[in-house]
Write a protein that binds this ligand. Structure first.
Ligand SMILES: [Zn+2]
Length: 79
């Protein structure tokens, strides 16, 4: 898996379509790629904060902002 494939997966994750913890390829890439690790940790924390024990359903606007923040963070860690 390449870094940009992982970013695509992360966007799906934000939309609640996949669970990265269940994706072996995802975990394998993270294990060997520090920049991706940083970004994934960050996005997980953000989502966990938002969820706060509630059912996982992010508003569209929130997801849109999260996608933007994600790409920004990605650029910072992968330059
Ligand atoms: Zn990577």
């Amino acid at each position: 898996m390449e870094c940009d494939e992982l970013l695509t997966l992360l966007n799906d994750y934000v939309d609640g379509e996949i669970e990265p913890g269940l994706c072996a390829e995802f975990e394998k890439h993270i294990a060997g790629c520090n920049p991706c690790q940083v970004v994934v940790d960050n996005i997980r924390k953000t989502i966990t904060l938002y969820k706060d024990g509630q059912p996982y359903e992010l508003p569209v606007e929130f997801r849109r902002r999260l996608h933007t923040a994600l790409r920004q963070r990605w650029k910072e860690t992968h330059q």
